[in-house]
Design a protein around this ligand. Structure first.
Ligand code: ADP
Ligand code: MG
Length: 395
């Protein structure tokens, strides 16, 4: 039986905060206390998928679940994560190891450029986010690390600076061709609000989100580095190059409007057309969704979520059958709407339902899913939470 009766305490969330756990992991790993503890949230993107690297808007929400970094200056770099509990002594100059520690190495290298890194540090990482589930554990890790390490170097960096360092660490150092959404919401998230982020202009606009969002994990983990996301980015770059032949001033695909789509169809190689169609329609949907949320029109918002999912399925081809199944089941069981969130090819579905029936709706989806796939998906809920912060942990 699915345990969704308590909205405040979704199951499978440890009740100890990541900050506390990071402090104790630090103590057991390094036999001393951390000096700085910082944390940053994961995020769920309500809508605006694959628009962030195409100059369009996104509408992410910072999760209550977070990643915490506990750190202390040391004469070496040594990293431990609760995920594997093994201490790695790291040479920051050495080639990347193709391991999780690369994210921290990337942050250190980017902080060094700004003279905002300590000479060395021992670092412990814990999280209550699912990792690789499209909920941005990677940006939670890099933003929290940028905060903790820059504080240790005596710098108080702005949320914008922390987001930029974390973006550069993931994009340039680790080599994931991500956009800037994840790092931006991890740094700028506000309690009780989604954030409309216009990626071309950098404008950030909080949009009140009073209720709870539900997360339904498909249980299929994606693998981003060098994978399908990079292929889609390449396709978008190619499509932009074609579009520039008839629109020389075009900077981003998201600058095209739906009225341009017939011309896109005439001029672009057929496989690229649906990619552009997704980006252009998703851009329009995201702005409409922000308007609907601001107006409290959750019915319209929900419909846009489902349309967004359909566009990912048909045009961007980044969904998986498990997510398609969950979205169809959500519509059937009275949700306002649902869609696959995050890069895709696995990950989680975000769902919005009327508060008076949301527990029943997700329980019914869970039962449907179990019948179809023989296992129960992990389901939990969250309010809009806040971005990166320093943590005080009792000594
Ligand atoms: P997502 O950001 O959606 O969770 P990504 O593939 O972008 O998925 O990032 C997941 C990767 O980030 C993991 O494979 C791991 O390398 C790293 N990572 C994130 N959180 C942690 C953590 N708490 N401990 C160790 N590695 C982590
Ligand atoms: Mg990520």
């Amino acid at each position: 039986m699915l345990q969704v009766s308590s909205r405040e305490k979704p199951f499978s969330v440890t009740q100890l905060s990541p900050a506390r756990l990071a402090t104790s992991l630090f103590a057991t790993s390094f036999a001393t206390r951390p000096v700085v503890v910082a944390s940053a949230p994961g995020r769920v993107n309500l809508i605006g998928e694959h628009t962030d690297y195409n100059g369009g808007p996104v509408l992410p929400v910072a999760l209550e679940r977070r990643t915490a970094i506990a750190a202390r200056a040391a004469g070496r770099w040594a990293f431990v994560s609760a995920v594997e509990q093994e201490v790695h002594e790291i040479d920051i100059e050495a080639p990347m190891r193709q391991a999780w520690t690369d994210y921290l190495v990337g942050v250190v290298r980017e902080l060094r450029v700004l003279r905002a890194a300590p000479a060395g540090a021992e670092i412990a990482v814990t999280t209550n986010l699912p990792i690789g589930a499209g909920l941005s554990s990677s940006a939670a890790l890099t933003v929290a690390a940028a905060k903790a390490l820059s504080l240790m170097a005596g710098k108080r960096l702005s949320p914008a600076a922390l987001a930029e360092i974390a973006f550069r660490a993931e994009y340039h150092q680790v080599g994931v061709r991500c956009g800037r959404m994840d790092q931006t919401i991890a740094a700028h998230g506000e309690r009780g609000s989604a954030l409309l982020f216009e990626t071309a202009s950098g404008t950030l606009q909080p949009v009140p989100l009073p209720g709870r969002l539900w997360i339904i994990e498909t249980g299929i983990s994606h693998r981003l580095t060098g994978g399908a996301l990079n292929d889609r980015r390449r396709e978008c770059e190619e499509a932009l190059a074609y579009c520039r032949e008839w629109r020389p001033g075009l900077n981003y695909l998201a600058q095209l409007s739906t009225a341009d789509l017939p011309e896109v169809e005439r001029r672009l190689p057929p496989p690229l057309v649906p990619r552009v169609r997704h980006v252009v329609t998703e851009t329009a949907r995201t702005r409409r969704a922000a308007g609907a949320l601001a107006a409290g029109d959750l019915t319209t918002l929900g419909r846009l979520l489902v349309e967004g999912h359909e566009s990912l399925r048909l045009h961007y081809q980044s969904t998986i059958p498990e997510a398609d199944f969950i979205v169809a089941s959500a519509v059937e069981h009275g949700a306002y709407g649902a869609r696959l969130t995050g890069a895709g090819w696995g990950g989680a579905v975000v769902l919005l339902a009327p508060p008076e029936r949301e527990a029943r709706t997700v329980a019914e989806i869970g039962s449907d899913f179990q019948l179809r796939y023989g296992r129960m998906p992990v389901i939990w809920s969250t309010c809009a939470s806040r971005g990166v912060r320093r943590e005080t942990v009792a000594q």
